[in-house]
Design a protein around this ligand. Structure first.
Ligand code: COA
Length: 372
């Protein structure tokens, strides 16, 4: 593979007005707003609205938007039946992939159910899908989707634990959803845009995004990072093992980035939340282990943590099961995917790149009978 252009590295594959990712002196911005301002002052619902509808909501818009999301949390009966039929051993990402696909058969995109409505419905009911499946298989309970919680973060945590979360946990998850909401032409968004470019439907594009996000080189890195961090009991033990892994050329999940070369602006923000929550959780060692791995990766490889590394312990300190980490990424990125699907449709051309052929030279066909 051509090391420079392989994996489409540094290839400009289209125009977007949704976000900038560390280009031309610009930090990570969503529709012109800095990620630092959004993570400090905004909520996930404001950010989702900004991405999908193109502008920050005023107070009335936000109130209506949140009411709309709350009103659409309920799951159609047929979807509940499908969630019940899925094995308890299903990976939660597969629950979401299948659940979104099923929803597309029950509430298909149409003139009454147009693209913005589909986006809103998905953001509203994907947390319900995951937690309905979880409680049905774990506790034998059919989860009630009615809740006083007014945000995606609060609703998710409250339904997961069946009690209201601490304020700092609610806000930590809210901030993580803001950080995960959008990231230009990352692999899953690009997959969603490729599907959209064939004039396929909204749900198909979202399902392409979910399938692409699942892998450990992309969204699955937060789960993989947690699995690594939780293997150790002390920072010294972590250092020894990770050093050994590097010597064997293993990849350490949650480090490095295709676009960022010095740091990921989201990492410092989520790291602060991980530290804050580590005090509340009375964590004895996980945060310290994470910091030791961070230092080693920088000293040895000049690699920095990306958003996934400290998201892992942030979620862990909120009592979230590790295999729900990437599904939380989906809950956030639904907003970015939706914005990109809508943008791709506005000025569409089929996405179909060329390939460099490295196969056999032309040769005569050999009939089956002559092949022995
Ligand atoms: N751990 C160890 N080494 C790493 C590494 C990591 N996390 N990330 C990159 N490297 C090394 C590679 O081994 C490679 O070394 P080499 O040139 O000696 O072969 C070099 O850095 C370039 O890596 P490469 O995988 O070619 O870069 P990329 O731009 O294709 O990949 C990522 C970017 C994100 C896929 C890559 O950094 C990675 O796999 N990170 C871990 C997964 C992850 O955290 N993904 C979430 C991204 S937000």
């Amino acid at each position: 593979m051509n090391k420079k252009t392989g994996g489409l590295a540094e290839i400009v594959a289209g125009d977007t007005s949704i976000s900038t990712v560390g280009k031309e002196g610009l930090d990570l911005t969503y529709r012109g707003y800095s990620i630092h301002d959004l993570a400090e002052q905004s909520t996930f619902e404001e950010v989702a609205y900004l991405l999908i509808y193109g502008a920050l909501p005023n107070q009335t818009d936000l109130k209506k938007y949140k009411e709309k999301l709350i009103s659409q949390r309920a799951l159609p009966d047929a979807l509940q039946v499908v969630l019940q039929a899925m094995p308890a051993s299903t990976h939660p990402m597969d629950v979401l992939r299948t659940g979104c696909s099923m929803l597309g058969t029950l509430k298909p995109e149409s003139s009454e159910n147009e693209e913005h409505a589909v986006a809103d419905r998905l953001i509203a009911c994907v947390p319900s899908m995951l937690l309905y499946w979880y409680h049905f298989h774990k506790n034998g309970k059919k989860m009630n989707t009615d809740s006083d919680e007014t945000t995606v973060a609060g609703y998710f945590l409250h339904c997961l634990h069946d009690k209201p979360p601490a304020d700092e946990q609610r806000r930590a998850v809210d901030v993580s959803l803001i950080l995960y909401a959008e990231h230009e032409f990352n692999a899953s968004t690009f997959a969603a845009r490729v599907t959209t470019s064939t004039e396929s439907d909204f749900y198909s594009a979202i399902v392409s995004g979910i399938g692409t996000l699942r892998g450990p080189l992309h969204g699955g890195a937060n789960e993989a990072a947690m699995k690594l961090i939780s293997r150790f009991k002390t920072p010294d033990e972590a250092e020894k093992t990770v050093r050994n892994m590097l010597a064997h050329k293993d990849k350490i999940m949650g480090f490095g980035h295709r676009v960022y070369k010095i740091s990921d602006p989201r990492s410092d923000i989520i790291k602060q939340w991980s530290e804050t929550l580590s005090h509340h959780a009375k964590d004895g060692y996980l945060y310290a282990i994470s910091e030791r791995i961070q230092k080693l990766m920088w000293d040895e490889k000049h690699l920095f943590p990306n958003v996934d590394f400290y998201s892992a312990t942030t979620y862990h300190f909120c009592g979230i099961p590790t295999d729900m980490f990437t599904p939380l990424f989906v809950m956030a990125r639904l907003s970015g995917w939706s914005a990109h699907i809508i943008e791709q449709r506005k000025d569409n051309r089929l996405i179909r790149p060329d390939a460099n052929y490295i196969g056999h030279a032309p040769r005569p066909y050999v009939p089956l009978i002559d092949r022995g």
